[in-house]
Write a protein that binds this ligand. Structure first.
Ligand SMILES: [Zn+2]
Length: 127
């Protein structure tokens, strides 16, 4: 795993300033943790990143992440981004986003299940 990480790091010089967060993001990307679920035919997308505690829901355009680090540190102005959003940027850049197609009928149940996971993770990080 760490050799792969170093190899990928060579392609990501502009992200070096993120330090440990970059290592964590690269490991997440290498583990296939960045998933884009695309709902068809609408083309609506739900992007999740599997972190150390579980699934986080992200919106890179806003940007937004459901993790508590984003809420407290990024929105609080202490950090520029969280490692989930960083993972998505790296996965997009290196072509390692795991894209999964769904039908539009599955959107509701999918979102409900994902949000359920997110709440579970929030519960863990609060405890
Ligand atoms: Zn996050």
């Amino acid at each position: 795993m760490s050799n792969q990480r170093e190899a990928l790091k060579g392609e990501l010089r502009e992200f070096e300033k993120y330090g440990k967060k970059l290592d964590r993001a690269i490991d997440t990307v290498l583990a296939g943790g960045v998933k884009e679920s695309v709902f068809l035919p609408s083309g609506r997308k739900v992007i999740t990143v599997v972190g150390t505690l579980g699934d986080e829901l992200i919106d890179p355009e806003r940007p937004y992440c459901s993790c508590s680090n984003f809420f407290f540190r990024v929105l609080g102005g202490r950090e520029e981004t969280c490692y989930h959003l960083l993972s998505h940027r790296i996965a997009t850049k290196t072509g390692k986003v795991d894209t999964v197609p769904f039908s539009d009928e599955e959107y509701g149940p999918y979102l409900a299940a994902t949000i359920g996971d997110v709440f579970e993770v929030l519960g863990k990080s609060a405890g």
